[in-house]
Design a protein around this ligand. Structure first.
Ligand code: B12
Length: 265
């Protein structure tokens, strides 16, 4: 008979595969990702998004705004928080309901920050914005719209899930100096080349700034008019160059210098 009395089962039955696959707690992951946010008030704002504190986010954004400009409260606080939410969702720790409440907190935070932005009276030019047909992800587009408005551009915000025809018709009607599209789903990004093609057919050759997690620079530059952006903060810079008359070819040529230096990954 084998004597098992001295066996330490803790060691024998330790399943390292389960241990490494074990889901991390939201608090632990948030602490890791937000370690780079040194300002305590901005960190608090980011945590409001991560932990779905939609009741407290407006007050915390107001506190952060005392020392930090609205654009930074959005980018370095609210967007950072959504980065954590994306990670939690991607790892299966958060589910859609949590993401939706986090998105609501983010939206309230953006509205509070937006109210502190000083828009210039005289409009510099018009931008038509939309989220691709079939796509409900409008957080990034909303941030970009706020930043464009606060920098003095007139924004025609068509919202989310906008059919190709409606975008083309709106551009034809408003004659903006730039049109933008956001797509976060691989099933929706194909709307962009179709829009570009239709605009070209109509002889409208304005830069078409395309962004969102589903697209990358190579994809956006594979169809005419496409100019890639990956940060909302790049919007006003791109729009000001479009006002100067830059066409999409010039944007592509100058992209590394212009956009790459402004936060692109
Ligand atoms: C929040 C979220 C939602 C929310 C959206 C709320 C809202 N109002 O937007 C809700 C809960 C509704 C949702 C639903 C779904 N979602 Co979702 N969602 C996300 C999540 C977690 C975060 C997206 C986000 O807001 N990111 C933060 C914002 C700030 O990023 P952004 O929009 O890209 O914007 C940045 C840049 O792109 C840029 N930018 C954007 N627009 C513009 C414009 C201009 C002019 C400029 C200059 C810059 C710019 O600036 C921003 C940064 O500064 C992502 C995960 C992920 N990894 O992205 C999944 C994700 C996008 N969702 C996904 C899916 C599959 C869905 C669902 C289909 C799930 C389901 N089974 O039902 C549904 C959609 C159903 C439908 N068709 O209606 C997938 C898409 C997969 C794919 N490759 O196609 C993702 C990637 C999750 C995953 N890993 O699977 N979702």
């Amino acid at each position: 008979m084998i004597d098992l009395s001295g066996v330490n089962y803790e060691e024998v039955f330790r399943r390292y595969d389960i241990e490494t696959e074990a889901k991390e707690k939201p608090e632990t992951l948030a602490a890791k990702i937000l370690a780079s946010v040194s300002d305590a008030k901005l960190k608090r704002v980011a945590e409001d998004v991560v932990f779905m504190n939609y009741k407290g986010v407006e007050a915390d954004v107001k506190v952060a705004l005392e020392k930090t400009k609205p654009e930074d409260v959005i980018e370095k606080g609210l967007v950072k928080g959504m980065d954590v939410v994306s990670e939690l969702y991607g790892r299966g720790i958060y589910y859609l309901p949590q993401v939706m409440v986090a998105a609501k907190a983010m939206e309230l935070g953006i509205k509070t920050a937006e109210s502190k932005m000083k828009g210039e009276r005289e409009m510099k030019g018009t931008v038509v914005m939309h989220v691709a047909e079939g796509d409900p992800h409008d957080i990034g587009k909303n941030i970009a719209a706020v930043l464009l408005k606060s920098n003095g551009f007139a924004v025609v915000d068509m919202g989310r899930d906008v059919p190709v025809d409606e975008v083309v018709n709106m551009v034809e009607e408003k004659r903006p100096m730039m049109v933008t599209g956001t797509a976060l789903m691989t099933t929706t990004m194909s709307a962009f080349p179709r829009i570009a093609e239709r605009l070209i057919e109509k002889g409208i050759e304005i830069p078409f700034v395309c962004a969102g997690g589903a697209v990358n620079r190579a994809y956006v530059e594979s169809y005419p008019l496409g100019v890639y952006a990956d940060k909302a903060i790049q919007g006003p810079l791109l729009a000001s160059k479009a006002v100067e008359g830059w066409n999409y070819q010039k944007f592509r040529l100058m992209w590394d210098e212009l956009v790459g230096a402004h936060g692109a990954k």
